[in-house]
Ligand binder design. Sequence first.
Ligand code: URA
Length: 435
Amino acid sequence: MNMNDIIIKKRDGGTLTQAEIRWFIKGYTEGDIPDYQAAAFLMAVYFQKMDKTETFELTNAMRYSGDTIDLSGIRGIKVDKHSTGGVGDKTTLIVAPLAAACGVPIAKMSGRGLGFTGGTVDKLESIPGFRTSMEPEAFLRQVNEIGISVIGQTAHITPADKKLYALRDVTGTVENLSLIASSIMSKKLAAGSDAIVLDVKCGHGAFMENRQDAEKLGEIMCEIGRAAGRRTVAVITDMNQPLGHAVGNSLEVIEAIETLKGKGPADITALSMKLAGIMIYLGGRVKTAAEGEIMARQALESGAGLAKLESFISRQGGDAGVVTDYSLFPQAALTREILADKNGFVHAVDARAIGAASQHTGAGRATKEEQVDLSAGIVVHKKVGDKVSKGESLASVYTGSRSRLTNAEKEIRGAFTLSDEKPEVPELVKEVLGL
Ligand code: URA
């Protein structure tokens, strides 16, 4: 086989065979195919698209490009959860302990983020002492003993995706349905859980800006999951404004703790109940997702979810004192309030601009090598539909230097649109697919 022929075939709208896709993935993973040919291939896929069979084949080729995790040593139905990425999305930190408190084993591998904020692993590392790497035996033992473990994805899982995702990130080829679906699902399938709940974000702060595309992405990921024998549900949710108030690593952990104390923002609480409810249902603890939601709420109200978070933190070496004393988190050197310059209602809080501002504070990384500032970020005080008076704080910025503060402030001011009329608040959960 010849890479140039494969690129030309896709460039001209052809359908690739299983053998061609497997050959490309193997060759690229092993370093036999150079980045410039892989980049040309990705751009051809971006414009010509892949059909369903090609997308399935690409997923499988990437899934088996490295190690796969065997979770059969863990008792019960293991349920994984994944978000396609949003601004202020800290739901894993809430739903994982809630579902675990309800008897659903959570053996989760998470990533570090590129872009707006860190990923779940970075957020967890803002807890002093918290360890996100562990030997496989210890990982399985912890889930059997306390019902939950979340660790960083090892380098040996889906190495093909690791290389390709990094290349897509710098070649304008991220936003393609087949490439996103195969990237996410290859990792989820390799990670070994029996069922998967996907939070597919839709809106200006997400890869999929419109609902139709988000639904298509959700549908294809559900099909890939089911074809691999995993029960898979996709929830389509709004990402036009940030989720909750906090954007940034330690700031998001604090908001997740507040939510588990029953004092979280309404949107993040509602979405967490929905996702945890589906996880509890897929985990076989109840007969319907609605019953799962009731069970999740009980675990929230009884404090069982918070207690599970505390034992999870302690077990992974973290200081569980953070649950009651937020001063134990890294503290930002500088803070500033961004004040409203007129009266009105918040018409929009542009999630993408808040995400960019968060990156300016140092909370996100632009390249894999960059360190994130775990104390940095933004707390958005006013959300769509809220009334604002001139001089009231729209947002607080937390960062480490004056230049970062100035850049973030400019971006945050541009993110807010105020109007005289109270606007409609966008629906948070738009649809559930695959239940
Ligand atoms: N998240 C992933 O893991 N891969 C993508 O392609 C997009 C989001």
